[in-house]
Design a protein around this ligand. Structure first.
Ligand code: 13P
Ligand code: SF4
Length: 301
């Protein structure tokens, strides 16, 4: 492992590369990353990179977003099939159909979407800024996809009429959390507070002390000494490393995102060695998707 880390560091310098990683990555991948963050922080960071090469330790839509924002840089996704099941649920037809039914409603898409879908959005959002951006839009009815649970959260926060697309859009990792997990957390850790990702089911959100993106978890963990964490399990590694004096318990050990966990240190090494797998987004799609992503970055505080 140490040898691999050394080789990664050497290749990073040789290629003038930077490793951006999401908070759900394997511990050893988090440890070699130059920058760790949630989807919004990673998209922002991608606009401020000097390096020639961005190695993206995350899932495909995140690497695509980095490429869309940096058309002239090389963006590498170490494992080609590292994907987000929820992002793949929303098809362009769902968007066109919703636009026909609600012609005056803006289309707000979670960044967890394909580049093709983003090309049909008025603005993208992440879990960190979805409520803020929907609030700012000059519309009372908003088409929102693909996460129905984030749509519930946004509707509750903004009081606006949210039309969720597609029917049943969800994240299989966050759908695992139930009220039984809430009860168990309260029984096992009576002093702990519950931090919950807004991709969790509404009944779990209702029990939360804090509903935030993974970046929000990092920023808000200072508020209390013990937490039960309702999101992908590696979030606890990130939090524990940042706050060694506090306690973080994963609400479920099996909350495991297959796409995020596809990337290992060896993949990072091979990616830098062979300059693979290059992320490409066709020009016309990239141009339209960029407008929606840049609008998000402008509107988000
Ligand atoms: P964050 O932007 O909160 O990190 O969420 C990304 C994600 O895919 C959650 O499942
Ligand atoms: Fe997608 Fe869920 Fe994995 Fe996040 S945890 S990347 S929403 S499948």
């Amino acid at each position: 492992m140490e040898e691999l880390v050394r080789e990664i560091e050497r290749l990073k310098e040789e290629r003038n590369a930077i490793i951006l990683a999401h908070n759900y990555q394997l511990p050893e991948v988090q440890d070699v990353a130059d920058f760790l963050g949630d989807s919004l922080e990673l998209a922002r960071k991608a606009t401020r990179v000097d390096a020639d090469v961005i190695v993206f330790a995350g899932v495909d839509f995140m690497a695509e977003t980095a490429k869309i924002l940096n058309p002239d840089k090389t963006v590498l996704l170490p494992v080609r099939g590292a994907t987000c099941a929820m992002a793949n649920m929303l098809k362009v037809e769902h968007i066109l159909e919703a636009r026909k039914r609600y012609p005056n409603a803006p289309v707000v898409l979670y960044v967890n979407t394909t580049a093709e879908a983003k090309a049909h959005a008025d603005v993208t959002v992440t879990s960190a800024n979805a409520a803020e951006i929907v609030e700012k839009l000059d519309a009372d009815t908003v088409i929102f996809g693909p996460d129905n649970n984030l749509a519930y959260y946004v509707a509750k926060r903004t009081g606006k009429r949210i039309i969720p697309i597609p029917e049943g859009g969800h994240c299989y990792v966050h759908r695992k959390f139930t009220l039984e997990d809430v009860e168990r957390a309260r029984r096992l850790y009576p002093k702990a507070k519950l931090m919950v990702h807004p991709e969790c089911e509404p009944e779990v959100q209702e029990e939360a002390d804090l509903i935030v993106s993974t970046g929000g978890m990092v920023r808000n963990a200072c508020q209390h000494d013990e937490w039960v964490v309702f999101t992908e399990r590696e979030m606890c590694y990130r939090l524990q490393k940042l706050y060694p004096g506090k306690k973080f318990h994963p609400a479920r050990e099996d909350a495991f995102c297959i796409g995020m966990k596809a990337i290992t240190l060896r993949h990072l090494y091979e990616s830098l060695r062979d300059m693979k797998h290059r992320v490409e987004v066709p020009g016309e799609i990239a141009g339209k998707a960029r407008r929606a992503i840049e609008r998000m970055l402008e509107m988000s505080g």
